[in-house]
Design a protein. Structure first.
Length: 322
């Protein structure tokens, strides 16, 4: 399978985290978390269309100013998603600057706040001096974005405050085996789109009438060549509670790469509880239980700066890769 998106963690696990994801097909990019963006080029920042913030602790939100600074003259809006409080956090950041000279700039900031009970939206336009414009509240859904064959899901976790974990997934690729189509005497037509849609949505009871004969989905499914899409998951800053762990396994299930914090070593697990972070063993456990193909450690307490090999060893041993 061809990789259709490329991922890179911008900083080492002791610095403020940002996962940069660039897509092969569009020239777009998204980022997970708004930590230190200083290693990105202006060109790379200009590609960012969506920003998925886990929470607004300073290490995950300090990049907001440099992001906006770089995008002020861009026509395409920037979409920012985050947990409860993100609209107020963006508004407060914007209120910290003076905007009297930027009203001719085109930048539009669209903020989407995902709470347990609903989805709140607000817009901030440079032309309006970044005044807040509230949009109607809609129900909270797990899928928060579906666009161009990609979808993003967000779950809410507990970290003393609500925090979002995300996965980014590419749709199934479905191609039709033309040789088999000819062999079975079928002709190309709109029914092939219905077939693809039935496969994509698991509609096993769909019937197709072809050449005067009725077929079940099962009888036609070998016409389709299905390739699984790429899938990554990003989880950080969550308390080591049973509910969080269960949710993390569910969100990360089947990931090609799970990006996850391993903030404390196992020997400091008491501290992990009091500081609402995961341990190395829990990070490895979640990845193993979720059947992730690979694990990437993204956020580690700076107190282990001289003991990073211990961190990776504990994670990989539990994951089963060491
Ligand atoms: Zn953090
Ligand atoms: Zn935090």
């Amino acid at each position: 399978m061809k990789t259709t998106f490329f991922c890179k963690m911008l900083n080492n696990p002791f610095n403020d985290p940002v996962l940069f994801v660039r897509f092969r097909r569009q020239q777009d990019a998204v980022i997970f978390d708004l930590g230190d963006l200083s290693t990105l080029s202006v060109r790379e920042v200009q590609k960012i269309k969506h920003v998925f913030v886990t929470h607004m602790h300073i290490d995950h939100f300090i990049g907001f100013d440099s992001l906006i600074r770089c995008l002020l003259s861009r026509e395409t809006p920037i979409n920012i998603y985050g947990p409860e409080g993100i609209i107020k956090a963006v508004q407060s950041k914007l209120n910290g600057f003076t905007w009297n000279l930027i009203r001719q700039y085109p930048l539009k900031i669209e903020v989407c706040e995902l709470t347990e009970t609903g989805t709140l939206r607000a817009s901030f336009y440079a032309q309006e001096g970044f005044d807040r414009i509230d949009r109607p509240i809609t129900p909270r859904t797990e899928e928060i974005l579906s666009h161009d064959g990609l979808s993003v899901h967000a779950y809410t976790f507990y970290h003393g405050i609500p925090v979002l974990g995300y996965n980014l997934e590419e749709d199934l690729h479905i191609n039709i085996n033309k040789a088999l189509l000819d062999e079975r005497g079928f002709t190309v037509g709109p029914w092939l789109n219905e077939l693809k849609s039935a496969i994509r949505n698991d509609k096993n009871d769909t019937e197709f009438v072809l050449n005067g004969k009725s077929y079940t989905l099962d009888e036609l499914s070998n016409l389709a060549i299905i390739t699984k899409g790429q899938r990554i998951c990003y989880i950080t800053d969550i308390s080591p509670t049973p509910q969080n762990i269960e949710k993390a396994i569910s969100l990360a299930r089947g990931s090609d790469t799970l990006y996850i914090e391993a903030f404390f070593l196992e020997r400091d697990k008491e501290r992990a509880f009091s500081r609402n972070h995961l341990t190395t063993i829990l990070a490895g456990y979640i990845a193993r239980k979720a059947n992730a193909k690979a694990i990437e450690i993204i956020h580690v307490s700076p107190k282990y700066i001289n003991a990073y090999h211990e961190v990776t060893q504990e994670v990989l041993k539990e994951f089963g890769a060491a």
